[in-house]
Design a binder for this molecule. Sequence first.
Ligand SMILES: NC(=O)C1=CN([C@@H]2O[C@H](COP(=O)(O)OP(=O)(O)OC[C@H]3O[C@@H](n4cnc5c(N)ncnc54)[C@H](O)[C@@H]3O)[C@@H](O)[C@H]2O)[C@@H](O)CC1
Ligand SMILES: [K+]
Length: 530
Amino acid sequence: MENASPININHSQNRQEYISQVVVTAGQMRDIEGRIFAAGMPVAALMEKVAGLITLRIQELFPLSRNIYRVGILVGPGHNGGDALVVARELHFRGYEVWIYSPFSKLKELTAQHWQYAQSLGISCYETLEQLPNCDFLIDGLFGFGLERPLTDAIASAINHFNEWQKPIISIDIPSGLHTDTGEVLGTAICATYTLCLGLWKLGLLQDHALEYVGKGELIDFDIPFADVEAILGNTPKIKRITRKTALASLPLPRPAVTHKYKAGHLLLICGSRRYAGGAILTALGARASGVGMLSVAVPESLKSILVSHLPEALIIGCPETESGAILQLQLPENTDLSSFNAIACGPGLTREATPIVREVIESDRTLVLDADGLNILAQLGTIPTLQQRQAATVLTPHTGEFQRLFPDVSDAKHDRIQAVREAAAQTGAVVLLKGARTAIANSQGVVWINPESTPALARGGSGDVLTGLLGGLLAQAATKQLPIENIVATAAWWHSQAGILAAQERTELGVDALTLTQYLMSAVRIQQC
Ligand SMILES: NC(=O)C1=CN([C@@H]2O[C@H](COP(=O)(O)OP(=O)(O)OC[C@H]3O[C@@H](n4cnc5c(N)ncnc54)[C@H](O)[C@@H]3O)[C@@H](O)[C@H]2O)[C@@H](O)CC1
Ligand SMILES: [K+]
């Protein structure tokens, strides 16, 4: 996975990979576009090119060979509307039955010219909703990255009206009504079936609250020169989408021909309580799937036999326990201390009684993953600032609730998850993985990875425990390598999601319990490697 070194974008075979990683804000896109225009590309020519590509994609999605399609085109005042008008004209020439709707009295100059030309071609144009004909699908060119303020009531009710039609909607660049950076709904928004994002992925499309509006997101590459992207984003873009290629690059595959179990990493899991025995098993099964060379699992003594029966290959360490069955004290085998391990993952199922254990692992000099009760205890201890002083990497893996308890004073994680996870990483010096439909991972230098593909099938108890084990196992194996920690965390998030997607394909979204998920981890990687 590229991070420390710049992505080599000078080879054409790398273009697609690079383009699929880059994520931009509205401001960055405007600056990139500004450079292209300043270099001499006419605005109208670029609009023609982009709209031509959109038209081709629409023809693939709704081929005339199958049907005679009637298309409604929604046109806004800016260049998003201009794109839509060029698409309207092209679809009209290709034989689609097209009508245009635009309620705006004032259009940008280029958009107004296209409107006038469309009218001259005899395409029906409407300014009000009342007499609109029926259609088979709609194209949304109301607003793109130029939407900067909440919608007026009139536009909002028009958008609601079209959503109620329940026809497929193809949004150009971004569903109208969404904020390009935060994905926030600015009043109301088009519920798209497809979003054809232009040139580079817009950040808002990767924010959780945008997902129900985006539909299937696709990128339309219109040959933005690398130099212009680099000039605005720098050599290494700070916010990136995890791709298959970047994720596979941080996997410990292939294994060296000559190795032994201790060279393949030694992970210590600290998890479980009498109340939450299952969490310990799931965490350990996640770790098993990582291929880690040696797995030790510290659990309360009363859980030892059940862990042994599920994981005969692991070293199960039974620890003294409290009256209610939480780990009272870490009791490692003779000649072993925390520095004997390459990485430690601590938290699932511990209960909040295990406070001294969490304190102890934070004080260790080992790469540390804190999850679940590990995070709740951390929030109670109020030791977040001390994480900066740790001698090894720390990874925190909160869901939104845990995040809010841990970081009450950072930006609202519900409003802008990317900003929130960045602030949390800067505050702690840790790599922070904020779980969600689009899990986001940040390091303290502001590098962010976003997992662009997942499944709601993973929204189930125990799924996070599997991730913690898997991540711990990958970190233990990477201990001797020079890979950035956030890249390994991104790989774990991607792998976990891919297993969920595969399991959901075979078993439906209802069939992916956490134990089943562990059984799909290996096949998910095997399929992705092919
Ligand atoms: N980035 C690029 O390189 C390209 C961009 N193009 C298109 O251009 C779009 C951006 O164009 P624009 O900058 O003109 O912006 P938009 O078309 O997104 O809309 C901006 C217009 O809407 C108005 N507006 C903003 N908020 C409003 C609100 N709440 N209610 C009513 N009106 C509001 C603004 O005053 C402005 O007139 C992109 O999304 C894309 O579709 C393409 O044409 C060509 C290539
Ligand atoms: K749009």
